[in-house]
Design a protein around this ligand. Structure first.
Ligand code: NAP
Length: 487
C-alpha cells in the first residue's frame, strides 16, 4: 500500500499519477472532512488564487471555460474535486484522519502510519503532501486569550459571524488579507488594519472575462494552450526580476511604484503603505483593490507595532487602544514546520525533526537520506514566488512514481537518496540564492537562522528539467527484508 498524507493538489496529483501507472493500492489520509487542502480550508471572502487558472491547473486537465483570469476558491475547489473524481481517486480519500506519526520499521521494510485515535496502516511508501501553508501562525503578542470579542484566523473564517456594522481589526497584510480586506471593508462599520511590513503591489482587477474572450478561448483551438504558454513565460519573468534585483528588478520596482503611486492618493496612507525593501524579497501582491480599500473613510491603516491584545481590542506601543468587536488574524502559516507536529521517524530511529534541526532540506524538495521511500511534496525549497505550484506538484508526482517503479521492478523494499547527493544538491541550491532579492529581507521563506527553506531559487523550467527523469545513480535500493544485501 502507498499512503498519501492529505488530499490537496499535491496529494491528488500523486494519487492520479500512481494510479495511472499501475499502482492501484493508493490511500489518501485527509484530516479535513473533504479533499481540497488549502482550497478546502481557506474560504475567506474574496479567496482566490492570484496565479492565472490556465497555469494554476493540471496540464492533463485543462479547462477552457474559466470565467476569469484568477479563479475563486469555490471554482478551484470544484475543479480539484472534479479532476479527482474523473480520475477515480476521490474514492481513495479517507477523510477525518489526522496522521500523527510515521515510523520506518527496519524489520518489516515498511512504514507504520498512525493516526489520531490509534488507527494504523502499513505502507511500502509514504508521500507527505501537507505542503508549507497549513498550520496557522499567530504572533507572540501578549493577551491574545483576553480578547472578549469574536476572533478567528483568516484560514478558518467564521462564516456564522455577521461582520456587517461591526468594528473589525485585522492583523496582517499578506496575500490573504489583501484579498478579503476590500471585500469586507464596505460592510463593516470600522476596519482597522494593522500592518507590520508594507508590500509591493502589481495591478490585478480580475474581472469576469467579457463574453467574446470567453467564447474565443472556448471555441478556437490552440488559444487556451497559447494563453497557458504565455502565462508560463510571464511568471518566469517575475522570477527573473527577483533573481536580478540590481538590474531587471529595478524595472519591476519602477512598474510597481508607478502603479502604487496612482492608487495611493492619500499622502498619509501612501507613506505608511510604501515598502522600503527590495522588490520581490517578500511575496509580490497582485491587487487593484487593496490600496484603494485602505483609503476608505471607515478604514484605518495602523503601522505602530502592536503591544498587546486587550479585552476590548488592540493596544499599540504608543499606548493607544483601538476597540474591536471582531479580531481577524491574517498572520499566515508556520511555513518552516512543513509536516510537523507529525512525528516522522526513519532508519535507526532517526527523527526528521533532528535531521532538519538546522532547517529543512531534501533532494529536489522530495527525498531525505535515512528516510526510505518517504517523499515530500511541496517540500523544502519548492515554493515559487513567480510561477504555479501545480507545475511543481505534477513534476513531483511523476518523479515519485519513477522512484516507486524502480523499487517495484527490482523487487526491493524501498528507495533512498544517497546522502552525498542530497548534501550536494542542497549546497548548490542554497548557493543559487546569492545576489537574489530573496536574501534582502526577512520573510516566511526563511527560518530563524536566515536560511531560505521555502523557495526554489531558480526558474520553473529548471525544476521541470531537473525532475523530468530520476537518476537511479542518485539512489540506493533497500533490499526486501528476507534478502541479505542491498540490491
Ligand atoms: P503571510 O503572507 O505570511 O502574511 C502574514 C501577515 O501577518 C504579514 O503581513 C505579516 O507581517 C503579518 N504579521 C505577522 N505578525 C505580525 C504582528 N505581530 N503584527 C502585525 N502583523 C503581523 O500570510 P497569508 O496572507 O495568509 O499568505 C500566506 C501565503 O499563502 C502567501 O504568501 C501565499 O504564498 C499564499 N497565498 C496565496 C494566495 C494566492 O492568491 N495565490 C492567496 C493567499 C495566500 P510581516 O510581513 O512583517 O511578516
Amino acid at each position: 500500500m502507498r499512503i498519501v498524507i492529505v488530499a490537496g493538489f499535491g496529494g491528488i496529483a500523486a494519487a492520479i499519477e500512481l494510479q495511472g501507472h499501475g499502482f492501484t493500492d493508493v490511500t489518501l489520509l485527509e484530516r479535513a472532512p473533504g479533499l481540497g487542502g488549502t482550497w478546502f480550508h481557506n474560504t475567506y471572502p474574496g479567496a482566490a488564487c492570484d496565479v492565472p487558472s490556465h497555469l494554476y491547473s493540471f496540464s492533463y486537465a485543462q479547462r477552457r471555460d474559466w470565467d476569469r483570469l484568477c479563479s475563486s476558491q469555490a471554482d478551484i475547489l470544484a475543479y480539484l474535486e472534479r479532476v479527482a473524481h474523473d480520475h477515480g481517486v476521490d474514492s481513495r480519500v479517507l477523510s477525518g484522519v489526522e496522521v500523527e506519526a510515521c515510523e520506518w520499521g527496519q524489520d518489516a521494510g515498511a512504514w507504520s502510519v498512525r493516526a489520531a485515535g490509534g488507527r494504523t496502516w502499513t505502507a511500502d511508501a509514504v508521500i507527505i503532501a501537507t505542503g508549507q501553508l497549513h498550520r496557522q501562525a499567530f504572533p507572540r503578542i501578549p493577551g491574545r486569550e483576553d480578547f472578549a470579542g469574536v476572533a478567528f484566523h483568516s484560514s478558518e473564517w467564521d462564516h456564522g459571524y455577521d461582520l456587517r456594522g461591526k468594528r473589525v481589526a485585522v492583523v496582517g497584510t499578506g496575500a490573504s488579507a489583501v484579498q478579503f480586506v476590500p471585500e469586507i471593508a464596505p460592510e463593516v462599520a470600522e476596519l482597522t488594519v494593522f500592518q507590520r511590513t508594507p508590500n509591493w503591489f502589481l495591478p490585478r482587477k480580475n474581472r469576469a472575462y467579457p463574453n467574446l474572450l470567453k467564447q474565443i478561448v472556448l471555441r478556437v483551438p490552440g488559444v487556451q494552450a497559447a494563453r497557458r504558454r504565455y502565462m508560463f513565460e510571464y511568471t518566469e519573468t517575475l522570477t527573473r526580476l527577483i533573481r536580478n534585483p540590481r538590474t531587471l528588478g529595478r524595472i519591476g520596482a519602477w512598474r510597481a511604484a508607478a502603479f502604487m503611486r496612482s492608487q495611493l492618493r492619500d499622502p498619509e496612507v501612501r507613506r505608511k503603505a510604501w515598502p522600503d525593501y527590495t522588490f520581490g524579497c517578500k511575496r509580490i501582491l497582485f491587487s487593484s483593490w487593496f490600496l484603494p480599500a485602505l483609503q476608505r473613510e471607515n478604514v484605518e491603516l495602523v503601522t505602530e507595532p502592536i503591544a498587546a491584545i486587550t479585552e476590548r481590542g488592540v493596544r499599540t506601543e504608543d499606548g493607544r487602544e483601538r476597540e474591536a468587536d471582531c479580531l481577524i488574524w491574517s498572520t499566515g502559516f508556520r511555513t518552516n514546520d512543513f509536516m510537523f507536529p507529525m512525528e516522522v521517524t526513519g532508519r535507526e530511529g532517526r527523527s526528521l525533526r533532528e535531521a532538519w534541526r538546522d532547517g529543512a532540506h531534501a533532494h529536489l524538495g522530495m527525498t531525505i537520506p535515512g528516510f526510505p521511500s518517504l517523499f515530500v511534496m511541496y517540500g523544502p525549497n519548492t515554493n515559487t514566488s513567480g510561477g504555479s505550484i501545480i507545475l511543481y506538484l505534477e513534476q513531483q508526482a511523476a518523479y515519485i512514481r519513477q522512484a516507486l517503479a524502480l523499487v517495484r521492478d527490482a523487487r526491493a523494499a524501498a528507495i533512498e537518496v544517497r546522502p552525498e547527493v542530497e548534501a550536494a544538491s542542497d549546497r548548490e541550491l542554497q548557493g543559487e540564492f546569492e545576489g537574489t532579492a530573496w536574501t534582502d529581507c526577512d520573510s516566511w521563506y526563511r527560518n530563524e537562522d536566515g536560511r531560505i527553506v521555502a523557495n526554489w531559487p531558480l526558474y520553473m523550467r529548471d525544476y521541470i528539467a531537473r525532475t523530468r527523469e530520476l537518476d537511479p545513480a542518485e539512489f540506493e535500493l533497500v533490499a526486501a527484508p528476507a534478502e541479505v544485501s542491498t540490491v
